[in-house]
Design a protein around this ligand. Structure first.
Ligand code: PHE
Length: 443
């Protein structure tokens, strides 16, 4: 199969698109809470160690696979190792699963942007009642999918790259502003302490520590969009001159900075009005509206805040959609446009079921979980780590470190200083760590 002819039009545009994929709901709603409840700085340190041991080598490997093969995730993996296309296939399936929950949450975010100017009505009970209404959440879920599809319809450089290049810098600037505002609220320091001061209280047994490690690993994969072919797909549009090691370091740094800024924005605001942070959707859609209803200029802050979340979610969902579209358009020889329209239709069906499983169908449970919960459990806890494991095996043992290093060093034109560390990480550390953590999470 011939390489794709699509290319990023600039280095900056590629970095914005890739960082845009990484920066998403994972940074904004998961990271602050997970850090706060897993020992604060203790979690942060474990997270950063995993970023270096797992995130760095796997991200670099995905970009290298994609750029070497120049094809969608499935065909790229197939080109690297005969019969290894299933690794990319895991990615395509995972993209479906993640989109099935991401679009639903994206829909709630749109609703909350529009409700910002009467945020005092958005009480914790309102949120629960709202989900039960089923109809409105479904409509907003569809709107989120349409927004995502419109960007992807534009293609790689004219759609994804252009939109990310405008939206991501805006997100950075406005978030820094919000963080400064939040840090100047009374009592803000309590939130900073919750987030950053090491807290060994709940960490006494091995299983406490194991649970921190599981959460940190899951967070690294989800937050960096790893283990599911996003960066293979984005890497396939890269020119042979791009410095992959530098790009990897930049993407990881930007993702981590935004996660920390999110923590320093959300937690001080929550503590300043004497509330405790809740987890996941509760934090964004129940606790924060209560905060916005109380702080000065809360309505405007709410509007800006939820708009930024929508931006972050969109630049991630377009990368998820593109993984599927790139594969589908190759497999059936369809144009990007046709493939986008068909796949978006499928995603709409899955997402509607997922949205309704929190509303009218909330009694329909499998293994005690709603359809929405199943999708998120399968993707975060199972598919992403599994994908990461296979990618490290594919690169370390099937492709081989030498050919991979040759691609990473632009065929010897650049110096690949970390080759030794990369070798050990991808062959031994990453797969062993993933397996250990995976097994202990099942136990
Ligand atoms: N990284 C995104 C986030 O932090 C989620 C995502 C996962 C996007 C996998 C693409 C692929 O929200």
């Amino acid at each position: 199969m011939e390489r794709t002819k699509e290319q990023w039009s600039s280095k900056f545009g590629f970095i914005m698109a890739a960082a845009g994929s990484a920066i998403g709901l994972g940074n904004l709603w998961k990271f602050p809470y997970v850090t706060g409840t897993n020992g604060g700085a203790v979690f942060l340190i474990v997270y950063i160690v995993f970023l270096i041991l797992l995130g760095l080598p796997i991200l670099l490997s995905e970009l290298a696979i994609g750029r070497f093969a120049g094809l969608d995730a499935v065909n790229s993996c197939n080109k690297i190792g005969k019969n290894w296309g299933f690794v990319g296939g895991i990615g395509v399936v995972t993209a479906f699963l993640i989109l099935g929950t991401y679009s639903v949450v994206g829909g709630w975010v749109i609703k909350y942007i529009l409700s910002s100017f009467h945020i005092e009505k958005m009480t914790p009970e309102y949120y629960v009642e709202y989900l039960k209404t089923s109809f409105e959440p479904s409509i907003y879920t569809l709107i989120f999918i349409i927004l995502t599809a419109v960007v992807v319809l534009g293609g790689v450089s004219k759609g994804i790259e252009k939109v990310s290049s405008i939206l991501l810098p805006t997100l950075f600037v406005l978030f820094v502003g919000l963080m400064i505002y939040s840090l100047t609220l009374p009592n803000a320091i309590e939130g900073v302490k919750f987030f950053l001061v090491p807290n060994f209280d709940g960490i006494t047994t091995f299983s406490d520590f194991a649970s921190i490690a599981i959460n940190a690993m899951g967070q690294v994969f989800f937050s960096l969009s790893l283990g599911m072919g996003t960066l293979i797909t984005y890497g396939s549009y890269l020119p042979k001159t791009e410095n992959l090691t530098k790009s990897t370091a930049t993407i990881i740094t930007l993702d981590t900075i935004i996660a920390i800024i999110a923590g320093l924005t959300i937690l001080p605001a929550v503590f300043s009005i004497g509330l405790e942070p809740t987890s996941g959707s509760g934090l964004l859609f129940q606790t924060l509206p209560a905060v916005f209803a109380k702080i000065p200029a809360g309505k405007i802050v709410s509007f800006i805040f939820f708009s930024l979340i929508l931006v972050a979610a969109l630049t991630s969902s377009i990368s998820l959609l593109q993984v599927i579209v790139a594969w589908f358009s190759n497999a059936l020889k369809l144009s990007q446009k046709k493939a986008t329209l068909i796949i978006s239709g499928f995603i709409a069906v899955v997402s509607l079921f997922s949205s309704l499983s929190l509303g009218v169908f909330s009694d329909v449970k499998f293994f005690g979980m709603t359809f929405f919960d199943i999708l998120s459990f399968l993707s975060d806890k199972i598919m992403l780590p599994l994908g990461g494991l296979f990618i490290s095996i594919l690169v370390g043992y099937v492709w081989g470190i030498k050919p991979a290093a040759n691609e990473i060093s632009n065929e010897g034109k650049l110096k690949f200083k970390m080759e030794k560390l990369y070798n050990i990480s991808i062959k031994i550390i990453a797969p062993v760590l993933i397996v250990i953590i995976f097994i202990s999470s099942i136990i």
